[in-house]
Write a protein that binds this ligand. Sequence first.
Ligand code: PEP
Ligand code: MN
Length: 373
Amino acid sequence: MIVILKANLDGKSPEYAQIIDYLAHKPNIRTRVHQEIGTQQTLTEIYLIGDTASLDKTEIESLPGVDRVVRVSEEYRILGRHKDDSRPSGFEYNGVKFSQDNLNVFAGLCAVDTPEHVELMLKALRDNGQVCTRMGAYKPRTNPYSFQGHGKDCLPWVFELAGKYGIKVIAMEITHDSHLDEIQEALRKTGNPTGVMLQIGTRNTQNFELLKIVGRQREFPVLLKRGFGITLEESLNAAEYLASAGNRNIVFGLRGMKTNMGDPHRNFVDFAHVPVVKRLTRMPVCIDPSHSVGTRDASPDGLLDVFHVTAQGVIAGANMILVDFHPAPAKALVDGPQALLLEELPYFLEDVAIARAAYEKRRELAKRFLAKK
Ligand code: PEP
Ligand code: MN
């Protein structure tokens, strides 16, 4: 059960004390307080854990200072979409809004390689009106002899270049908690020219200790990729780990599932789950067409499979696209074969806009149909 307090209710007010006192007298109930401090208001939620079935929802709602009470099902207590749960979804980070209603494109390099390539990529993004990108500094590789990413050494110049080209958010994978410290330090030393969304990759979806550490910090939002060999429920519970540790600014990423059934794609594309994740939780949903498809193969209609699956995810309501580009894919140190070319960026964005407009039309159509019922 979640007790949602009136906005800006002071923790030292008599109303707050009365609520806490009321709950303290209920047997077998533990409480956990969560605060979201926004620019406009501070929202406080009290999570009740234990024998909540015996509690009287209406009685709690009548306490001064309580806005409303939501009964949560066992699943995804914090991130889940519960009955009569009208809490807003999404968040804002460094001036960029993330929600289940909008769409952000994160085109960029799978892995940072040279300053020249990074700068060419960022310039192309700026020239095409983009303020987000993806750039991997820490790369989890299947083969220990493969390039592992430049790590912390590249962070200062990557951040400075991102700032130079007006990039507000870089999705950057971390595989160890020390990477979080390194990112924080590099941002501080360079004067915060940009922002970072910490990415937890598919190989770390169930790295619970990493999830707890990343969840305990609230400076950076998190993109959690779905585990490629576990159930959706297990991956959503991994997201709940982040939230239960304190950070709810989470985007959930679909990136395809590992099975030969998906051949000839690198992974079996799972974007049919975009609306499912939006129904089960309040997280914005990201799609990663590059790691799903893994090639630049095209169909007879002239469209690359990466374009096709992107459109499939977007027309189903995806809220973020993580997509690999490279100025010279043959020279890329990671995932060159799936990278789109810089000259394809405006074409890709236009194709995305077509699919997004179609989704918005479909949403309006559904609204009209439901209003008649
Ligand atoms: C990536 O986005 O670079 C990546 C490694 O993704 P995933 O964890 O989905 O394989
Ligand atoms: Mn990659």
